[in-house]
Design a protein around this ligand. Structure first.
Ligand SMILES: [Zn+2]
Length: 75
């Protein structure tokens, strides 16, 4: 429950560590309409997921008001 509230900022499951680990967010690609972030495990440095942020015409509003536009894909 609280896990989901802090999901984005704190930790993700890492297959290398076989446990949820704190992650670092790293901007890896920038497109005109979106940005791709990678989540890297702070313990082993492995990639544990990525995040695609859509930059619509009102992306600032989306970022703060509509979390549904942020999609996290666990790889
Ligand atoms: Zn790890």
């Amino acid at each position: 429950m609280t896990q989901f509230a802090t999901f984005r900022a704190s930790s993700l499951y890492c297959v290398e560590c076989r446990d949820a680990q704190p992650v670092q967010e790293k901007l890896v690609q920038v497109f005109p309409d979106k940005q791709i972030y990678e989540y890297l495990c702070v313990r082993c440095g492995g990639k544990v997921g990525n995040r695609e942020v859509s930059l619509g015409s009102n992306f600032l509003e989306e970022e703060t008001a509509d979390p549904a536009t942020t999609r996290i894909k666990i790889v």
